[in-house]
Design a protein around this ligand. Sequence first.
Ligand code: FES
Ligand code: FE2
Length: 380
Amino acid sequence: MRDELVDVTRRALKLRAENTTDLADAERLEPAAHYTDPDRFARERELVLAAPQLVGYSSELPEPGTYAVKDVMGTPVLLTRAKDGKVRAFHNICRHRQAPIATGCGAAQRLACPYHSWTYDLTGQVVGVPGDEGFTPQRSTETRLPELPAEDYAGFLWVSLDASRELDVAAHLGELGPQLAAWDFGAWHPVGEKRLDAHINWKLALDTFAENYHFATVHSTTFATVAHSNCTVFDSFGRHHRLVFPLRAIDEIVDVPESDWAPLDRVVVIYAIYPNIVLSVTAVNGEIFRVYPGTAAGESTTYHQNAWRFPLDSDDARASAEAVFDYAHHTVRDEDYALAARLQANLETGLSPHLVFGRNEPGLQHRHAVITHALGEPQP
Ligand code: FES
Ligand SMILES: [Fe+2]
């Protein structure tokens, strides 16, 4: 991982020296309808539903006997790590009368439904039915929660929302898999999860993470005080891509030998994991943004999570981690998403037929080309 980071830092310094950024071959004109058309939206929603879903950090289930609950595009998912250490996923729906079985996350060998206290072990088996004479005997011995395919891979928890679909995260990530695994995110420390409902198309939400051309303007008093604008190292890995954003502090190492570099003091690494995940890595944390299509083309829901690289073993450590998390969250909500909602309103007027993705916005181009290709549609 260090060699890789030194390499991208060297490339970022070269871009800085030449006052440029990695460039795509040509501009791309993206139809505005791709953000507003209900039919396109319905096809995209199916595409996201069918994809392997990264739903959190492996460390949210830190040991056998732990569970966590997730909302994934309206599907309530219960994740467990049972005694055998294996990660499993289920619908978080009681087999009695459909109450949610668990909330939040925690440690337990058994989960009791809050309604009538049917209890489940962490393999999804019903192990207790109070007043069981009210039910046929098989009800308490043969009832299991329907299981969804789940994996613990490259430091993250993955599920398939379609039980009939095989989950192969290694194949999904391809050459990006070993690189993600090398960060060892599974050993980082989850800080929390925040939800952001926005009146913006899900891809417009993702677009806000796909270039730093807007830093000097949108983030003039926040990110731009520490990071350069319109200077990005870009690499694609199949359907995924990686952006490296140089910090202002990169200019201090022009004459420092590479062997003395601490690259993460000089750059931020942003992964776009197909189709709807952003992973942002700094020297101190790894944030994920799980961006989901909402109930209409102009609606989306983002779950923002943060994991701290260092143990959260003191009040000071926790306060630092939470301050960084809050700062990033407020910046995304109040600067990026607030402006994106105004773009969405303009897109919905239908007055302007397309958006222009510049040569300096290869991340945007890549994401939209990949989604268009996956839908079997011609590129604009
Ligand atoms: S709904 Fe769960 S025990 Fe009744
Ligand atoms: Fe931004």
